[in-house]
Design a protein around this ligand. Structure first.
Ligand code: ASP
Length: 345
């Protein structure tokens, strides 16, 4: 029996990767993804069948929002049975947020969803777009015993494949624009494409893909800084429409111990607001109770984000609140890794 080539769906949402330079005018213009093979003939060397879908109006990823996440998840669900893998082309600015959101929205995912983009447009002489695109497609087509090898939402950039919900954009101009400080890369591309099997999420293939479209966006993010005052905190924490917020604290989850600050946490609690503690350090974990300055947060029932990224913390909050998870179990569920976004302990 002849082996069938994997079918990959390329979803173009926008961003620098989709641009080419008009050499007459020097201006950047959108690239017609239907002509992908013509523009990047190297793609025909890949043993894959590639189809493309493009947003009607591609966006700069600074305009990304929950409606676009619903749209991307909808495209994946509609084509799930007909493709072996998905590559989402996305601006790099908010790619980690989208990767995190999709990871929660796509429950029981048993196929790869690889997000990629580039720092330079595809038509630029020194572009990083071609390598990012070609290797992402190659990774999305990896099979083992006739089934997709990678079964999670990933982000591929500059020779490294990461778990998407573990990434953060760390550089606005280097080709190495992303980092995953609390989880190792899932694969590295050099002379060989090396996949680190031990770090991959194992899917439960008996369960069907379930796509969650309800996301709660009445949430907020507060980054603490020395000198933040009560009025500012009160405005954000106790705003009527804010149902939950992520508090970016210092170091291992530490916050001021002043009475006004703890009083605000108590008031927010009384109003039924959910509070997640994440660290503003790029790596490492929240450990409430390690210092006196986090002991009170622990006592007041603040939820630990452990070693989650801020991007994934926000996405997980939107997803669990959208799913209307009850107040009694919210803390336990939030503190449990659902898609490999945080460590067990
Ligand atoms: N501003 C662009 C975007 O995020 C940058 C990029 O594509 O990398 O859409």
């Amino acid at each position: 029996m002849t082996k069938k080539s994997p079918k990959i769906l390329l979803i173009y949402t926008g961003g620098t990767i989709g641009m080419i330079k008009d050499y007459e005018t020097g201006a950047l213009k959108a690239f017609d993804f239907d002509q992908l093979l013509e523009r990047i003939p190297e793609l025909s060397q890949l043993d894959c069948e590639i189809e493309t879908i493009s947003f009607e109006r591609p966006i700069d990823s600074s305009n990304m929002n929950t409606s676009y996440w619903v749209k991307i998840a909808g495209i994946i669900e509609a084509h799930y049975d007909h493709f072996d893998g998905f590559v989402v082309l996305h601006g790099s600015d908010t790619m980690s947020y989208t990767a995190s959101a999709l990871s929660f929205m796509l429950e029981n995912l048993a196929k790869p969803v690889i997000l990629t983009g580039s720092q330079l447009p595809i038509g630029d002489l020194r572009t990083d777009a071609k390598e990012n695109l070609i290797t992402s497609i190659q990774i999305a087509g990896l099979q083992e015993r006739g089934r997709p090898k990678i079964c999670e939402v990933c982000l591929y950039f500059e020779y490294k494949l990461y778990r998407g919900n573990r990434t953060t954009k760390i550089n606005a101009e280097h080709f190495e624009a992303f980092a995953s400080l609390n989880y190792p890369p899932l694969a590295e591309s050099g002379v060989h494409l090396k996949v680190y099997d031990e770090y991959l999420l194992q899917p439960n293939r008996r369960k069907k893909l379930q796509v969650h479209y309800q996301l709660e966006d009445n949430i907020s993010l507060i980054k603490l800084f020395p000198g933040i005052n009560e009025s500012t905190m009160r405005c954000i924490m106790l705003a009527d429409h804010v149902k939950a917020f992520v508090l970016e604290t210092f170091g291992a989850g530490n916050a001021p111990t002043q009475e006004w600050f703890l009083q605000l946490i108590k008031e927010a609690n009384l109003q039924g607001k959910i509070i997640i503690n994440v660290t503003q350090c790029s790596g490492g974990s929240v450990n409430m109770g390690q210092y006196e300055t986090s002991e009170s947060l622990k006592r007041l029932g603040v939820i630990s984000g452990k070693d989650i990224t801020t991007e994934a913390a926000l996405a997980k909050l939107m997803y669990l609140m959208g799913a209307e998870v009850g107040a009694k179990v919210f803390k336990t569920i939030y503190e449990t890794p659902l898609r490999g976004e945080m460590s067990q302990n």
